[in-house]
Design a binder for this molecule. Structure first.
Ligand code: ADP
Ligand code: MG
Ligand code: MG
Length: 251
């Protein structure tokens, strides 16, 4: 069981961004992708999630053997992929409880309805685990939330959806230490044999908290180097130019 990406070519408009990108993330493993800005990391995440602006020109993306190329975002989510954190910045009037409920409902087969009592029972159980106050659920999404509160809500959303594969694309601006801990704690709680993680990050710091099984360096639309967690440290120390130089030498 794995998330399998084979020779994926993705373009935005006419520009090729992912170039024969290949990677397999089996359940039970945490893979990290690092790479310089503009190299296509977010494009990978968005293309896999079925974002309409990202056209898969060729190649394969499979969830447990089933192709998700060309599928609608809802169907991809239903297949078990969760892209964290494509969370709207703010939706006035939509509470967290209703937002997560709608996301869960969207994943159910047509004609099947989420049972409210069961939903709230699970939601409150998860919130207790995350030490979140109940009053949170009746607040509108991200309305006046601190960075840490936003992250806690995102982790709650992820736990509730219980995906088989998680792709996390952390923004280049990075997270403050509080938010970083919340994210890492949530991910580490969810790690296990039944789930695979693809953690995309520009910074090594996140990987001190979420210790990956494998680290991959992405450059110009594909993976150019793979290693274990020590590769992240090496990158932090030597920077990405080191990888570029190595590529130039081997070219
Ligand atoms: P990364 O996440 O590694 O910083 P991105 O995937 O965001 O890289 O971007 C890869 C390339 O695609 C960049 O050259 C960027 O300018 C371009 N790009 C990303 N999103 C768009 C878009 N919506 N329209 C046009 N070009 C884009
Ligand atoms: Mg970027
Ligand atoms: Mg990015």
């Amino acid at each position: 069981m794995s998330l399998e990406i084979k020779n994926l070519n993705v373009q935005i408009g006419e520009s090729p961004i992912l170039k024969d990108f290949s990677l397999t993330v089996p359940k039970g493993e945490v893979h990290a992708i690092m790479g310089p800005n503009g190299t296509g990391k977010s494009t990978l995440a968005k293309a896999l999630a079925g974002h309409e602006d990202y056209e898969i020109a060729s190649g394969e993306a499979l969830i447990d053997g089933n192709s998700i190329v060309g599928a609608e975002p809802d169907d991809i989510a239903r297949a078990g992929l969760f892209l964290a954190f494509q969370y709207p910045s703010e939706i006035p009037g939509v509470t967290i409880a209703n937002f997560i409920r709608a996301a869960l409902q969207a994943r159910l087969p047509e004609g099947e309805n989420l049972k409210a009592t069961e939903y709230y029972k699970t939601l409150y159980g998860r919130m207790d685990e995350l030490k979140m106050d109940r009053s949170f659920t009746s607040r509108a999404i991200n309305d006046g939330f601190s960075g840490g509160e936003k992250k806690r809500c995102e982790i709650l959303q992820m736990m509730m959806l219980d995906p088989s594969y998680v792709i996390m694309d952390e923004t280049d601006s990075g997270l403050d230490i509080d938010a970083l801990r919340i994210v890492a704690e949530g991910v580490n709680k969810m790690r296990g044999p039944d789930r695979g993680f693809l953690v995309i990050t520009h910074y090594q710091r996140l990987l001190e908290y979420i210790v990956p099984d494998y680290v991959h360096v992405m450059y110009d639309g594909k993976i150019v180097k793979s290693g274990d967690k020590n590769l992240a440290l090496e990158l932090e120390e030597k920077g990405y130019d080191w990888v570029k130089e190595e590529l130039a030498v081997n070219a």
